[in-house]
Design a protein. Structure first.
Length: 214
């Protein structure tokens, strides 16, 4: 199954994308994770993306389309994939369609959540710098403060999760990414999911949305 996850920052795309990928045994491709890794590595890609990511702005469409094209070529995506944080503009969605050829996106899951919930959630979000596991000090705290339960590495906060940058990212989402909801609705694959509640409830709603026919 080929799934696109839509929704503002903090709507749970990362958490649920990783879980879904495990359950469906398909790869997850998260452009934000790829870019953060490139920035940490100090690669040419990382250097070119750094300023935009830090400021909560989008990196150019050609850059992320190139990343996804490479991943699709190199990853075993025979049984499908989950895309988290891509596409984020109409141009990226159209580019993806071209890349996929006769393969279709089966579901675009739109995780719906308010700006207030997102700002509160992201203030408390901590990530593992090694395995990208995601925690929340209020709703999903790690067993040992500051340490990843999966691999024991130190947890850190994202520089772009500061409330001011989150507000900027929400503006960018409303302007650039919200039109994708209509785009995938027209394609007949959009399913809206209320992403406000606890992660287990949201995940159950995601499963129902995947099963639901058009
Ligand atoms: P995310 O982890 O998905 O919230 O992405 C973090 C940041 O990476 C975004 O605020 C953008 O600066 C950049 N980014 C991630 N995915 C994309 C994309 N598909 N198009 C443009 N920029 C992206």
């Amino acid at each position: 199954m080929r799934i696109v996850l839509l929704g503002p920052p903090g709507s749970g795309k990362g958490t649920h994308g990783k879980h879904l990928a495990e359950v469906l045994s398909v790869p997850v491709m998260a452009t934000g994770d790829i870019l953060r890794q490139a920035i940490a590595d100090g690669s040419a890609l990382g250097k070119s993306a750094q300023e935009s990511v830090k400021a909560g702005q989008l990196v150019p469409d050609e850059t992320v389309l190139g990343l996804i094209e490479t991943r699709l070529r190199l990853t075993d995506a025979q049984h499908g994939f989950i895309l988290d944080g891509f596409p984020r503009t109409l141009a990226q969605a159209q580019g993806l369609k071209l890349l996929l050829g006769d393969r279709r996106i089966d579901r675009a899951l739109n995780l719906v959540v308010s700006a207030e919930v997102v700002i509160t959630r992201l203030k408390d979000r901590w990530l593992c710098g090694t395995c990208d596991a995601i925690y929340n000090t209020v709703s999903l705290p790690p067993k040992v403060v500051g340490k990843c339960e999966q691999c024991g590495s130190d947890l850190r906060q994202r520089i772009d999760d500061q409330p001011d940058t989150v507000r900027k990212r929400l503006e960018v989402y409303a302007r650039e990414s919200a039109p994708l909801v209509t785009y995938y609705e027209r394609e007949g694959v959009l399913r809206n999911v209320d992403a406000t509640g606890p992660a287990v409830e949201v995940y159950a709603a995601i499963q129902r949305a995947i099963a639901k026919a058009a």
